[in-house]
Design a binder for this molecule. Structure first.
Ligand SMILES: [Cu+2]
Length: 148
């Protein structure tokens, strides 16, 4: 027990030493069922800094993560993860990034990241939340609202 506490203290110390310069990684689970219902990314939204990454983890098989093309900052490259595979996305450009699970877009399986202030494409991203399947529109609007 004592050894574990010491290791934890050391880890926290190292993280503090790394400070602001260290890029963060957010782990997003792809789930058949989560706190927000069926077919979800968990968490469903994240505030990031340029250089941060998101690791999409297929906790349950049969999901992927790919860019929603209407929710991508100008000049950012769209990504498309393979089914049931982990996908790590690094966010270089500030802006709003939308993601969907292709087979479950109709269930509203979506994720939104805001990198920096998100101003680069906030208006376009808001417009994009008014398109697509009803469940996706509903969740995308909530995810974007949570980032403001
Ligand atoms: Cu899915």
């Amino acid at each position: 027990m004592r050894k574990i506490l010491l290791t934890a203290a050391l880890t926290v110390g190292l993280m503090a030493a790394a400070g602001q310069a260290a890029a963060a990684e957010v782990v997003v689970k792809m789930l058949d069922r989560g706190a927000q219902g069926m077919m979800v990314f968990e968490p469903a939204s994240a505030k990031l800094k340029p250089g941060d990454t998101v690791r999409f983890v297929p906790e349950h098989p049969g999901h992927n993560a790919e860019s929603i093309l209407g929710m991508l900052p100008p000049g950012a490259t769209p990504v498309k993860g393979a089914m049931s595979k982990e996908l790590v996305v690094k966010f270089a450009k500030p802006g709003v990034y939308g993601f969907k699970c292709a087979p479950h877009f109709g269930f509203g399986m979506t994720f939104v990241a805001k990198v920096g202030d998100g101003a680069a494409n906030m208006a376009a991203a808001e417009t994009a939340t008014t398109q697509g399947p009803p469940a996706a529109k509903k969740r995308l609007a909530a995810e974007l609202a949570a980032l403001k």
